[in-house]
Design a protein around this ligand. Sequence first.
Ligand code: UDP
Length: 331
Amino acid sequence: MISSLTLLMNSLGLRTEWRVIQGTADFFSITKKMHNALQGGEIDLSGIKKEIFEQVIYENSVRNFLEHDFVIVHDPQPLPLVEHLRRWIDKYDAAILSCPEYKQEMKPPQHVFMPAINPFNIKNRQLSDKEIDERLAHYKIPTDLPLVVQISRFDPWKDPEGVVKAFKLARKEVEATLVLLGNFATDDPEGSQIFESLRACQEEGILILTKGDDTALVNALQTRAAVVSQKSLREGFGLTVAEAMWKGTPVIGGNVGGIRYQIEDGVNGFLVSSVEEAGECIVWLLKDKKLREEIGRKGRETVREKFLLTRYVEQYLDLFGAFDKNFRLRE
Ligand code: UDP
């Protein structure tokens, strides 16, 4: 999202750069623990962990010369950067949240900018049947049966095991192939462990693939799937939901977090709270082509109205415009 957003901002005349922090393995192990704690998990945030966290951010601030009109800090990892910005900024001037329910008591004014997708990039542009066939063949993904697909980091909150269980329930009534596609992020040291434990689930008709960095493959699977699943147990927003809806593919999403702002249950997708519900929805959808088409059409319309990048960049422009020339919020 930041890649597309920064390109669009530059073409609108805002000189915008995208910097990425560099961290050590122990830094990312700590920030992943923080991520899990923010989702509701336990954390033992010892003094040494805090020190490593703040030290890495301090080192990044030294390398980054943060002398700009606006600095947008994404995600919790680089949060302490604000300590090292120009001295007169001692606190963030605004906070951007992806959903209204994430509002907290805090000094900066809070704005809700729901994430959005770039309809023109490789991940989301329209692919021809030939292009899709080529990508699927490249990874030996069979297309004789309908595809049920989930594309997510290998993370417990994305509930890949729950997806496999739901698929196995559904397969008692309908024939299909399940594809779980994931990738490994440098800031997510848990990924390979989860992947290893998932590998045991591989069997005839259940594929666990790690080529998730291939964005054309992501697009091909989201487009060709009969059903896309995003059965998260916790979810900030869930961009994969909007991505699949944009392709007119029906999505079954966990009834959590940002997924609830994208899917209206039974209208443009389905919201589920258990393995059994997910299994039932897979069966309904696979048995009923008309239902798939209707849900898919409404899903695409939802994304057109609410989740395209143009709306997102407009919200940033409005926010920047709300500051006067001394970078104070206008009254
Ligand atoms: N993604 C991908 N390949 C993968 C897994 C995820 O390209 O193997 C992309 C996915 O298409 C989406 C983003 O990573 O654009 C994940 O965003 P989301 O909000 O769904 O979940 P997060 O990983 O931020 O929790």
